[in-house]
Design a binder for this molecule. Structure first.
Ligand code: HEM
Length: 472
């Protein structure tokens, strides 16, 4: 009787609903891979585990159910697909068959809009072409100079013996760097700071995003508060866009490039410019800040790694300020440490999509309309791919070992045509912040800290990383 009713409602909607609705219903009527609960059952225990320890819980599901499992929570379903085969399929071979815009992170669209991250097909491809020049090596080199001066300014303000929270500090520096690069160095400080503040307030509404935002709708909810910050943010951006349009082309900031970029005789509209700017700010600062925080949390607990890295920095640079060229090519151990940090703590730890077509993987037939996600966090912890996966061991990224790595095994920046456009930018910034701090201070973890993970929706240390500085 219940099943007949479901089928009657489904067939009505399949004929009259929207395309996305039809695809999702189609998925609902098929059997998905196993998981800890079956729809519509809601497990309080599962919800609590996922909220308190989202990523540890995912690993236990991987161990229990294998590389494909389904999570069901408050009517939402998501199939997690773990491992290189899934990564290759979603990111490379069949990437057109997996939609970002209709994936579970579409929850971010009211905030970040339709930028490079959240769009598909022609809209995405056109924007990627227009934005690519902002990330050419010569530009990255130029941004590197701003990064060094901002990092030095912030590090010089610190004193011997200071106890401080590193993640918050890095976020502030990364936001300033993003402001310089996106808006331009000439932007008045108050304007850039207001822009950053509204952005942070809007973003903070996504704390615990995955499991909570579904409950946050209606007046007085966090989503409605977010709207308030978004409106303020948009006001500043609109004014800025109008002003830049009056300037001649050739400015160095990404905003100037967006205002004057042209592909096939077409320019970005003000709305598109706004969405790209906010997307770059979203994708670009928290990821790097989290990387630096996890890096020091990791080497702080492995002093032999810290000492080896410090030695390399001293040998190559002494007290000199680093150039982008040196950071990319002449500090191999630093590179390995950053790579290992991103293996264990990939800030963008999952990549949700909606399947546009039925597909087969790991012995399952997954219907069109299913929410799926690849997961770098879990793939990077597979013992079949990384021996003793929980150990922090930068030597696994020695050049010869990297070459032997299976394609799709290591995906902290995604892969394929939608690989992170800011990869080199992010790597450079993380390296600069690390080097500038280590040249001036010995960093010591405040004793007794436990590091748990917060998802906003990128992962960062929930209580931050408390550090004591000793001037060198
Ligand atoms: C350590 C730093 C960073 C990490 C780990 C990281 C990670 C990622 C990952 C995993 C993706 C792919 C997401 C998916 O497949 O669903 C991505 C995409 C993206 N990232 Fe990054 N990112 C970093 C820094 C940056 C920076 C600095 C910027 C910009 C200034 C940026 C801008 C973007 C954009 C625009 C996309 C979407 C690309 C597309 O779909 O064409 N990221 N990033």
């Amino acid at each position: 009787m219940e099943k007949n009713l479901v089928h009657a409602v489904s067939s009505l909607l399949l004929h009259h609903g929207s395309d996305v609705m039809k695809l999702r219903l189609h998925g609902f009527l098929h059997e998905l891979p196993p998981g800890p609960t079956s729809f519509p059952h809601i497990s309080y225990g599962m919800g609590k585990d996922l909220y308190e320890n989202p990523l540890g819980t995912l690993m236990t599901y991987y161990e229990e159910f294998g590389p494909a499992f389904t999570l069901r929570f408050l009517g939402q379903e998501m199939v997690f697909l773990i491992g290189p085969e899934a990564n290759q399929m979603i990111l490379t071979s069949d990437y057109r068959d997996f939609s970002w815009e209709h994936g579970l992170l579409a929850e971010m669209i009211p905030f970040i809009g339709y930028g490079l991250l959240t769009t598909d097909d022609e809209v995405h491809d056109r924007a990627r072409k227009l934005l690519a020049p902002a990330f050419y090596p010569a530009r990255i080199q130029n941004y590197g100079e701003h990064m060094v001066s901002r990092a030095v300014e912030a590090a010089e303000a610190k004193r011997d013996g200071d106890l401080f929270e590193l993640h918050g500090w890095t976020r502030q520096v990364a936001l300033k760097i993003a402001g310089d690069v996106l808006l331009g160095m000439d932007t008045p400080r108050e304007k850039a700071e207001f822009f950053a503040e509204q952005f942070e307030k809007g973003l903070s509404c996504y704390d615990g995003y995955f499991w909570q935002t579904l409950l946050r709708r209606g007046p007085g909810s966090l989503q409605s508060k977010m709207k308030k910050h978004v409106e303020k943010l948009d006001e500043v951006i609109e004014e800025e866009i109008a002003e830049r349009r009056r300037w001649p082309a050739g400015g160095e900031a990404i905003l100037d490039l967006l205002v004057h970029a042209e592909a096939d005789g077409q320019r970005f509209s003000p709305r598109e410019i706004r969405d790209h700017l906010v997307t770059l700010l979203f994708a670009g600062h928290d990821t790097t800040a989290a990387t630096v925080a996890w890096l020091f949390a990791s080497i702080g607990r492995n002093r032999h790694i810290y000492d080896r890295l410090e030695q390399e920095i001293d040998d190559v640079l002494g007290g000199r300020e680093p150039s982008a060229q040196e950071l990319f090519n002449e500090l191999p151990y630093l590179d390995q440490v950053v790579k290992e940090t991103l293996r264990l703590y990939p800030p963008a730890w999952f990549g949700p999509r909606m399947a546009r077509k039925e597909f087969r993987i790991y012995g399952y037939r997954i219907p069109a309309g299913t929410h799926v996600s690849y997961c770098s966090w879990a793939t990077h912890r597979m013992p079949e791919l990384f021996e003793d996966p929980e150990a922090f061991d930068p030597d696994r990224f020695q050049e010869s070992k990297c070459r032997a790595m299976e394609p799709g095994a290591y995906v902290p920046f995604g892969r394929g045509p939608r690989t992170c456009i800011g990869m080199r930018f992010g790597e450079l910034e993380a390296k600069i912040l690390t080097v500038v701090l280590m040249q001036r201070f010995r960093l010591e973890l405040f004793p007794g800290q436990q590091f748990s993970v917060r998802t906003v929706p990128t992962i960062s240390p929930r209580q931050g990383v408390k550090i004591r500085l000793h001037r060198r």
